[in-house]
Unconditional design. Structure first.
Length: 161
């Protein structure tokens, strides 16, 4: 039986990424055309790593940064979302092994400031870390969200380069 890859191996194990591809649609009328970047997990990690304390970013903003960097119309929502999870797990794995400089993944939120239940430790751990940094987390409907999260969003232009 093959050994299961670590999260850090998954983070760095995609030599064919990033990749730009044309968006094609065979629907009538076409819903979307242009160019889409499929990022690498490492690119997503690098963006998440640069979010300073008390600042936040959403997955949608990460996608916008990736699209701008690559001159694409958009970044793939599916792979970017998967790579956010891989980046979070890889950062947690590295921290568990004593690394000090890992990505503060808890500062990356879903749309609307929603916490990510798939992060290491789930919503409870993300909530704890965010509150330690001064954010207020509230229950809205059925989701935990950072209250007034948009006041703490990092300017994406700071992360384009």
């Amino acid at each position: 039986m093959a050994k299961k890859k670590s999260w850090r191996e998954k983070l760095n194990g995609n030599p064919d990424l990033p990749r730009i591809q044309e968006i094609t649609s065979d629907t009538d009328p076409p819903r979307l055309t242009g160019w889409m970047v499929i990022p690498s997990p490492g690119e997503v990690y690098e963006i998440m790593r640069r979010i300073p304390a008390r600042k936040l970013i959403t997955v949608q903003e990460i996608r916008a940064i990736l699209a701008k960097r690559h001159g694409a119309d958009l970044a793939c929502p599916l792979t970017t979302g998967m790579f956010v999870r891989i980046a979070a797990e890889a950062a947690h794995e590295a921290a568990e092994e004593g690394e000090q400089e890992t990505a503060p993944y808890w500062r990356t939120l879903k749309s609307g400031g929603i916490l990510n239940e798939k992060y290491p430790g789930g919503v409870k751990e993300q909530k704890r870390r965010l509150e330690e940094e001064g954010h207020k987390v509230v229950l809205q409907s059925k989701h935990h969200c950072v209250l007034d999260y948009d006041d703490s969003l990092l300017d994406e232009d700071d992360l384009i380069a």
